[in-house]
Ligand binder design. Sequence first.
Ligand code: CO
Length: 459
Amino acid sequence: MKKVNITETVLRDANQSLIATRLPFEDFEEILETMDNAGYYSLECWGGATFDSCLRYLSEDPWERLRKIREKVKNTKLQMLLRGQNLLGYKHYPDDVVRKFVQHSVKNGIDIIRIFDALNDFRNIEVAVEETLKCGAHAQGAICYTISPIHNLEKYVEMGKTLESMGVNSICIKDMAGILAPQEAYDLIKALKETVKVPVFLHTHSTTGLGPITYIKAVEAGCDGIDTSISVFSGGTAQPATETLNYAIKEMGYQTDLKEDVLKKINDFFRPIKEKFIQSGGLDAYVLGTETDALNYQIPGGMLSNLIAQLKQQNAMDKLEEVLLETPKVRKDLGYPPLVTPMSQMVGVQATINVLTGERYKNVTKEVKAYLKGEYGRAPGEIDSELIKKVLGDEEPITGRFADTLEPIFEKTKEELGDMAKSDEDVLSYIAFPQIAKKFFKEREEKKAKIVSYTISRV
Ligand code: CO
């Protein structure tokens, strides 16, 4: 019987998609041992926005969170999401930092690293993949799925081949917007399975309502694993429900190894947590619905809500239709980047500026300028040559890998931080988010001082 591997995302992607990654460790600590016994292939529990959110909003050391999860989850593989050369931030880091980050992620408990680049420029994931393999962990190479006139089945299969030749242990199709349709998924997974030897995984979201159907067709085509979220934290902008997919897939004659009674315990545990977030306003009913606009506009649901928020702020909601028409044009000018962080924000903001100023590219954001210079990597398609001329003038764009222009900074930063950083992990937190990490270190010291004085006064 063929097995379909199930990755549970409640601790990372569902947490990120539904409640802006605000789930504190203490909320889920008690259920970790139970989750370890559910029969999951892996728990996606770290990376993505969790790192930023721990430091910025939850006053938690992200590295300590990982170690504590590892302590309770002894058998199930722990998985994280890494943005290639961007790591967990929004700009490219030099190779020494990427290598250290991977080393410490594995050392602190990660088994599987899913690595992607927003432009599918695999030069930007090479170092992270190589280091993951060197550390003895599982490197999963991800392909960002998008729809455009230049993206087609052949191209994706070609990308799969490239990833396999880089030595990845598995490949993931990452459909961040939930726009991969069932038949397309079937054709794509089938073509990949016929071409590559490594397992093929699929990651999608319920946003447009296609998610569960797409997973079923993918499984029929031979997909080796899918990402789901426990039902109370599923649907909408998060993943399709674990229990539902488990039920359907087993009925189709596949094996999942999931234990229904344990899944029920996990779901019952998360129910009051969901209630708490609804009460506090941290979970907005809006994100739980089905948003089919993404299918018409071919832009992710999250990007659409960002555009609306921007226009509201500018008192320009009457321009929404115009911005929605401008967005695909900007995307075309930029060579059809997939609309994933940070490209989705860049395209959306530039389209809004183009409409509001009344002249296209009269003002160009710093990020778009850097993109045109080649600092994010190679565009999937042709960038509009007039636009390059207009913005860069005589300056030549970079054609090599941007990280090759960056000097190593880890040792230097470590020295500069001195006593403030208590470990190499602290140095990495600081390099990723300097201001926020600094504030966090200070608060940590203050907390420690308080505990010491309390203990002394008790003695
Ligand atoms: Co996702």
